[in-house]
Design a binder for this molecule. Sequence first.
Ligand code: ADP
Length: 414
Amino acid sequence: MNILVLNVGSATLKFQVVATDGERIAGDQDAKLLRGQIERIGGESVITIRHADGSTRTRTASLRDMRAAVDWLVDHITSPESGTGLTARADIHAVGHRVVHGGEQFRSSVLVDDTVLQGIEDNVELAPLHNPHNLRGIEATRKALGTGVPQVAVFDTAFHHTLPEHAYIYAIPYPLYRRHRIRRYGFHGTSHRSIAYRFRKITGRERGEVRIVTLHLGNGCSACGIRDGVSIDTSMGFTPLEGLVMGTRSGDIDAALLDYIAAKEGLSLSQVEAMLNSQSGLLGISGLTNDMRDLLAEANELNDRRARLAIDIFCYRARKYIGAYLAALGGAEAIVFAGGVGENSPQIRARICEGMEWAGLHVDGTANAALVDGREGRFSTDGSSLHAWVVPTDEELLIARDTYRVVSGVPLPG
Ligand code: ADP
């Protein structure tokens, strides 16, 4: 089954074409035919395509809206130039969408129908920056491919539906939960699920045997405690702002600061919230960049004080969360790193794991240094009782597999 995986943002469309079927799922050999992204939709759009042979091509096209972008994409995918082998729109058998917020009602991936569309719409107030774009993507795809091509919604929040009440209820007046659905939802669920799935494949475990802390460290960052294969706590909350220090987000702060900053800086509360989301984190502390690669260069080569401070705070917060989740889980067998930073920076991984010998974690520096560029493996010593791993996340593959399962009626893993 050829599946088009879409991740729709305000002016961007990330995509991947994956050929997957039951046999391939069992054999772990799905074929990734094409991937890429369209940016600056609404004007002169920049299109980057990565072919299966590793070659990349960038071009521009004038795409006035999401509908035009999806149309361009399906035309390209089915053209000989794409190298996918697909020749007609009918060769695209199903579409899987990343949808950010599933609220409390969507606990797993679902086939999109009018009721599901309404459900995603009902969650717009919980994710006003994301769900409307996801809806537009589904609409545009429906128009481009027709209603006969099944579409599946895979929710970023769904993996965290197993959080116990004591982990998802905030210590604020309880009626706010009832009245306004205020609670921890957690995000990056598809990523944490993908990491946990791959970890158990590599280590030969059954789902129920996995007890790990996963760290998705990209531009957005989150931690997740996984026991018996399910999420029992996660660091992002009602929105993705809570928890770890991120590229431009503050993560945890004292809530009283909102009013204080607003008064001192003459800002509205929503301006302060925007500051915490887009001007804080690594960027805010360093005053330089949200990009960890550039920050490491500033710290290592120029010894920039605030770049060093930003990295210190980033690593310290991550370590604090590891400690918290080890306590919540009652110990774990491994800490698993993923995301652009987690998969590519031995230096940051080593800093985060520093001083964790008390918990039985001893880093093997040589093994750590070798784990870059998508390589997976363990970087703790054989004698460690708490291990450290790098397991690259593959959200698109998980979305493709869920889409296959939902469309074919194969039961989803719980
Ligand atoms: P997103 O959350 O947007 O999907 P990614 O998972 O791609 O982001 O991660 C982006 C982050 O990964 C950036 O901060 C980037 O600097 C960082 N990164 C990528 N490669 C390296 C590297 N070799 N060393 C340190 N950081 C890296």
